[in-house]
Write a protein that binds this ligand. Structure first.
Ligand code: AMP
Ligand code: ZN
Length: 117
């Protein structure tokens, strides 16, 4: 299903690279960021390899929307809805994207400043 053999997140999805999984279903996976920037830092990743926002196809709309429902599920499970959380997509090099398999960062457990750095 659109896997890229050089992609670290595809390897985590295929379970050939370990990760601390916190959620998995047919279409998406979520795991703890290896270099957390907040007490809670989870990456929500579609199982389909989509490189970035510009690579999203019309047929992917439901899948991309599903990622937000995964965030909602995790937020409810961990009681984050009152304190709040930040979700980030770094898209492209200037935004700091380092893994070119689209993902949502879910950050929580501390206050975040605005504007972002
Ligand atoms: P981005 O810079 O938005 O592309 O985010 C990539 C994120 O993936 C960074 O926050 C990294 O710390 C994280 N990351 C990279 N490799 C791994 C890995 N093997 N397991 C968990 N997180 C990872
Ligand atoms: Zn991938």
């Amino acid at each position: 299903m659109g896997h890229d053999s050089d992609c670290i997140f595809c390897k985590i999805i295929e379970k050939t690279v370990p990760a601390k999984l916190v959620y998995e279903d047919e279409h998406a996976i979520a795991f703890e960021d290896i270099n957390p920037q907040a007490p809670i830092h989870i990456l929500i990743v579609p199982k389909k390899h989509i490189r970035d926002i510009h690579s999203i196809k019309h047929m992917d709309r439901e899948l991309i929307g599903h990622l937000f429902f995964v965030a909602q599920t995790l937020g409810e499970k961990r009681g984050l809805n009152n304190s709040g959380y930040r979700m980030v997509i770094n898209n492209g090099r200037n935004a700091g994207q380092t893994v070119f398999h689209i993902h949502l960062h879910l950050l929580s457990g501390r206050a975040f400043s605005w504007p972002p750095g």
